[in-house]
Design a binder for this molecule. Structure first.
Ligand code: GAL
Length: 696
């Protein structure tokens, strides 16, 4: 161990550290309970099959009651009890909730909002990440914890901070402004370059030096959009610096243990997780159902698929989800029988090797006393407890799934910088909503049983038969070159309207819309035709359209008009255009399609490239994880009717194949069945070679 020097290099900190089987557990907050409760907690954890708990996430005030004075009594005892019981610890650094003594001494570290309000304390959430005092205090408690527990037998991994970026990402204090100027100087080198990239000739915004630049705080009207975009980039980077600082301290003491922090993949729009994922040893994620949406299991699946993609397809951890209702939605809808297992097993199906909850035991006081838990207020007689123990037992039989991977041939592009830019003011219509479009595309693929990865526009896409771009307003020059390379090499790219409109500086490239994609798509857009609220129209194939149409110009001789408008704002002009480019093809959808109209188009584009679109059953989630030897197909029935499925293979009952099981498999209403098939029996391949000749 090198406590003085630079980072110790280790061969592999990949998770799970030396453990066999899947992980099960949750956040454990023993500090909220008298110590007599702890042995009972631990006995119940054993009963539920818990083998990993996250401890100490909000314990800073207890562990360091005065500056530089440490008291590890409670944590020592809890760690020892857990070690004796064979339950591993994912130890939190408590830096998301600095103690009151810190705030009294350093009020300047409290975040300032865009409107200039300095926030108070008595809650949680990060201080200004650029605050020197905050970083110093966070480093001290991290070092003290790492030093004390480095050799503790219960310690198996580190959980740094909690949900960076929530509830506050951007800070507008004086210290942040200084750090922002330094960040800009590193990015642009000279003030002339900043002026060029920010387009400061507009509204007389030119700067004479970096010292004149402010944070893009609330102003009389719209602030320079590139300044806003850069401030979002800077803010994500400032938080990431805090993570890296803590991680590097920890690595000095426990160089072999994985260090992570909990992401909120689709739900933290203020942090660029592509950059963060490179810095964690294992990707961990929190996801809470949107209780009131009837398609909430589809949104959950999308979040899992994005998390797996951030993890570059390595196993990931579902660090938090809920056993039933949360406490912070407008109406906190309880999960009904079986839902807890369906949600958990959907994450497992989509590549998670750990299923964890917030939290172990329901709090009796504080803001989260009405949040569900593994052990609810109702205790061990509750239905939730029964389902928690059943799930623990089931996961205990599924060790062979550990490290198996989901293999996809379709990717959706996901670029948070593009979302930041698109969501600024003065766009052509309030109905342009990147999240809504991604969900619309994703849902149609989910409905058809096609599992997708997410990728950044600059990632190597050559493994994907088809790439979808439902909303990519901003495409950098590097992204543009990468997409051209992908299609030229034989790729199949499906692009929705309002994509490729600006470059990385939120600047429209010379030559008209969609500048970054114009030659690739073989079209130009003469004019956008956003609809007034409530207006609808039709396409020539009878599809309904809303919100948006375009006057398209066909530019490439290889472009083929698939579908035209059938009257309305765009007359009878081209609506959907297919183009050939190199060895590949593109599809451009210039209007807003929904539901089955969208689904049919996507299925056609996928099939044209040889993607097998399975015969799906409504409400049956079907996903396959594969090891070297086996395919494991999860059949998750989200309906209240039994559904039969002819997926080849044998169902796993209590972790063992059940050769006597009836064929075809009947998945009872609300239930989950896992089918195991040998990869050698020819069922492993997900690709089909049937290519629609029309699209060649
Ligand atoms: C998460 C957070 C947990 C808990 C949970 C409640 O965002 O990380 O500490 O507050 O929400 O749903």
């Amino acid at each position: 161990m090198d406590v003085d020097g630079a980072e110790v290099q280790t061969a592999d900190r990949a998770w799970p550290a030396g453990s066999a089987g899947l992980r099960y557990g949750g956040d454990y907050n023993p500090e909220q309970w008298p110590r007599e409760t702890w042995p009972a907690d631990i006995a119940l954890m054993q009963q539920a099959g818990v083998n990993l708990v996250s401890v100490g996430i909000f314990s800073w005030a207890l562990l360091e009651p005065q500056e530089g004075v440490y008291d590890f009594t409670f944590l020592d005892e809890v760690m020892d009890l857990l070690a004796e019981a064979g339950i591993d610890v994912n130890l939190g650094t408590p830096t998301a909730a600095p103690p009151a003594w810190f705030w009294k001494k350093h009020p300047e570290a409290l975040p300032v909002t865009r409107d200039g309000i300095r926030l108070g304390y008595g809650a949680r959430g990060i201080a200004n990440p650029s605050s020197v005092a905050y970083r110093r205090a966070a480093a001290s408690i991290t070092r003290a914890l790492a030093e004390r527990y480095a050799a503790h037998p219960a310690l198996k991994m580190w959980h740094v901070h909690n949900e960076y970026g929530a509830p506050v990402t951007e800070d507008y204090s004086a210290e942040s402004v200084v750090a922002f100027r330094e960040w800009l100087e590193r990015r642009y080198g000279t003030i002339a370059e900043l002026n060029r990239c920010w387009g400061t000739a507009f509204w007389g915004q030119s700067y004479g030096s970096f010292d004149e630049v402010d944070a893009p705080r609330t102003a009389a009207t719209v602030v320079n959009s590139t300044q806003r975009l850069d401030f979002a980039r800077f803010s994500s980077d400032a938080l990431l610096q805090c993570f890296v600082m803590e991680r590097d301290i920890i690595r000095q003491f426990t160089p072999d243990l994985p260090v992570t922090t909990n992401f909120m993949a689709t739900n933290c729009g203020s942090v660029d997780y592509w950059a963060w994922a490179k810095e964690v040893d294992v990707v961990a994620n929190d996801y809470y159902l949107v209780g009131e949406r009837s398609d909430n299991h589809i949104l959950a699946a999308m979040d899992s698929d994005l998390t797996r993609s951030l993890a570059q397809d390595r196993p990931w951890m579902l660090m938090e989800h809920s056993t039933s209702a949360v406490n912070w939605q407008p109406r906190n809808i309880a999960k009904r029988p079986g839902e807890l297992a369906r949600n958990s097993l959907s994450s497992l199906a989509r590549g998670a090797d750990a299923i964890m909850f917030f939290q172990w035991r329901a709090s009796r006081f504080g803001a989260e006393k009405f949040h569900s838990a593994m052990l609810p207020h109702e205790g061990v007689t509750s239905r939730i407890w029964k389902e928690v123990t059943e799930l623990g037992a089931r996961l205990g039989t599924l060790a062979e799934l550990q490290n198996s991977r989901v293999r996809d041939e379709v990717a959706i592009l996901w670029d948070v910088e593009s979302f930041w830019a698109q969501d600024l003011e003065y766009r052509p219509s309030v109905e342009l909503n990147h999240r809504e479009r991604i969900i619309a595309f994703y849902s149609q693929l989910w409905n058809r049983g096609v599992t997708v990865d997410f990728r950044h526009p600059t990632d190597d896409l050559s493994d994907y038969t088809t790439v979808l771009m439902p909303a990519s307003y901003l495409v950098s020059d590097a992204g543009r070159a990468n997409l051209e390379r992908y299609v030229e090499g034989g790729g199949n790219l499906v692009v929705s309207y309002f994509s490729g409109i600006v470059d990385e500086h939120d600047t429209v490239p010379a030559g008209g819309y969609p500048g970054q994609l114009r030659s690739l798509l073989g079209i130009g857009v003469a004019e956008w035709l956003p609809f007034p609220e409530g207006e609808t129209a039709e396409l020539s194939d009878g599809s309904q359209i809303t919100s948006w149409a375009e006057d398209l110009i066909i530019e490439s001789g290889a472009a083929v008009v698939e579908t035209t408008y059938a009257g309305g704002r765009a007359g009878t002009g081209a609506a959907i255009v297919r183009n050939s480019y190199g060895a590949g093809r593109t599809w451009y959808l210039s209007t807003k399609l929904d539901g089955d109209d969208l689904g049919r188009l996507l299925a056609r584009a996928l099939q044209a490239a040889g993607v097998r679109v399975p015969d799906s059953k409504p409400g049956l989630e079907q996903v396959t994880r594969s090891s070297e030897a086996h395919d494991y197909t999860f059949l998750i029935n989200h309906t209240d009717q039994d559904i039969s499925s002819a997926v080849p293979g044998v169902p796993l009952t209590d972790g063992r194949p059940d050769p006597g099981a009836a064929r075809p498999t009947v998945v009872p209403a609300g239930d989950v069945i896992i089918i195991r098939a040998d990869r050698s029996d020819g069922t492993a391949g997900r690709r089909s070679v049937d290519v629609d000749p029309v699209a060649r």
